[in-house]
Structure formats: structure tokens, C-alpha cells
Design a protein around this ligand. Structure first.
Ligand code: TYD
Length: 217
């Protein structure tokens, strides 16, 4: 199976990726977990450019860099893993591009969908878990122990995270639009639930999915 996780920064995706990995392994599945951007030597360098760099990057340049990282990861790692029967859990995929570069940066959605198709080699996730959180709650989480910065602008944030609160509001509304367009693939879960409760919902939805598609594992 090809399972992806989506949500704004701070929604708790990586915790859920790890919990799901463990529970699938306990059921005897071979599981590969990855995150975008990154995952091959070249894709990791692209990640550094996109996140650690402080240079301004044009919106189309940013789109193509995220897509280049994805194309690398698909061809070198994900396609071979899926072909060998492994389950792949991926932290962010093309829905991130639609939400961040499409709704967040305002790039044309038809152009995006074509680039997404090319970069992902036409492969779509079997199921996508979207952890829904307001940008305000995300900020509270990130800075809970410290004083709250005014709005997604701080030295401690990476280049994407420094895009401002309104950017994150557009990204979140983008995720809602994506979910409405593909309700059968995208499962929305309230990110404010406890990690254990979120994990239970994910496992239950996966079991329903497998039963409906006639999969045994
Ligand atoms: P990362 O450190 O992996 O954060 P997170 O824990 O939030 O996933 O950062 C990835 C950042 O890149 C995140 O801000 C979302 C952004 N992004 C895009 O803008 N477009 C994309 O296509 C992808 C994959 C990520």
C-alpha cells in the first residue's frame, strides 16, 4: 500500500507515521517510511536549498524544486519499493504542493496538477491522512515553552515556515478544498485529538479500506 500523510507544519504527522509503521510491522508487513522533500542524496540537497537556505526563491522555482525532489524519490526509491510489495508511508506528497504552492503561493492549479502528475510518475496514494490544525494552534504547539512570536516569522523557523500566518490560512483552506474534491482518498482527522486516539482512527480507516478493496494485509 502507498499511504501518505498531510497537514500544516506542527500537525503531528511524524508521530503518526512512526506509530503506523510499528503497527503495520507488527502485522508482518515490510514498511518503508520517508518524508518529502528528500530521501535520495540529490533530493536531500534540494531539501537543504528549499528549507535551510535564506535566499528568496521564486514561486515557480520553488514548485519545480519540490517536484524535482519528488521525481527523484519516486524513481529511485518509492516505485521499486511498491513493486517489491513493501508498504510505503510518506510524510507529505503532491497534496502538499497543491496546498502550499497552489493555494499558499497562488500558482495556477491546472499547471500544478500536470506537474504533480509528472513528478509522481502518475502514481497516486491508496489513502491519505490529513491531520487538520489551525495555524494558530500550530504556532502554540511549536512555541508552547517559549514566548509566542507574532506570526510565523522567527529565526527559529525554516524558510517555508517563515511565510506568515495568512499564508498558512490559505494552505489550510487548500487542504480543505483538496479533501472535498477527493473525499474517498483523503481522510481528515482532528490534529488536536490525542496521538493515541488519532492512531486508533487511522488504523480503523485502514482496516475499512482493506476490507473494501479486498486486500488481506
Ligand atoms: P518539514 O521540515 O519536512 O516539515 P513538516 O514537519 O511540516 O513536514 O518541511 C517541509 C516543508 O516544505 C513544509 O513547510 C511544507 C513544505 N512543502 C511544500 O511547500 N511543498 C511540497 O510539495 C512539499 C513536499 C513540502
Amino acid at each position: 500500500m502507498f499511504i501518505t500523510f498531510e497537514g500544516i507544519d506542527g500537525a503531528g504527522k511524524s508521530t503518526q507515521v512512526n506509530k503506523l509503521k510499528r503497527s503495520l510491522q507488527e502485522r508482518g508487513r515490510e514498511v518503508l517510511t520517508l518524508r518529502e522533500p528528500g530521501g535520495t542524496p540529490v533530493a536531500e540537497q534540494i531539501r537543504e536549498l528549499l528549507l535551510e537556505g535564506r535566499h528568496d526563491i521564486s514561486p515557480v522555482g520553488e514548485l519545480l524544486l519540490f517536484s524535482a525532489s519528488r521525481a527523484e524519490l519516486m524513481e529511485k526509491v518509492i516505485v521499486p519499493a511498491l513493486e517489491s510489495g513493501c508498504d510505503v508511508i510518506l510524510d507529505r506528497f503532491f497534496d502538499s504542493t497543491t496546498a502550499y504552492q497552489g493555494y499558499g503561493r497562488g500558482l495556477n492549479l491546472d499547471m500544478l496538477s500536470e506537474i504533480n502528475r509528472i513528478a509522481s510518475h502518475g502514481i497516486r496514494p491508496d489513502i491519505t491522512f490529513y491531520l487538520d490544525l489551525t495555524p494558530e494552534d500550530a504556532l502554540m504547539r511549536k512555541f508552547s515553552e517559549k514566548s509566542l512570536p507574532l506570526a510565523f516569522e522567527s529565526e527559529e523557523l525554516d524558510r517555508m515556515e517563515n511565510s506568515g500566518l495568512e499564508f498558512y490560512q490559505r494552505v489550510r483552506s487548500g487542504y480543505h478544498a483538496i479533501q472535498q474534491a477527493e473525499p474517498q482518498r483523503i481522510v481528515t482527522i482532528d490534529a488536536l485529538l490525542s496521538p493515541a486516539e488519532i492512531h486508533r482512527k487511522i488504523v480503523a480507516r485502514l482496516d475499512d479500506f482493506k476490507a473494501a478493496s479486498g486486500r488481506k494485509s
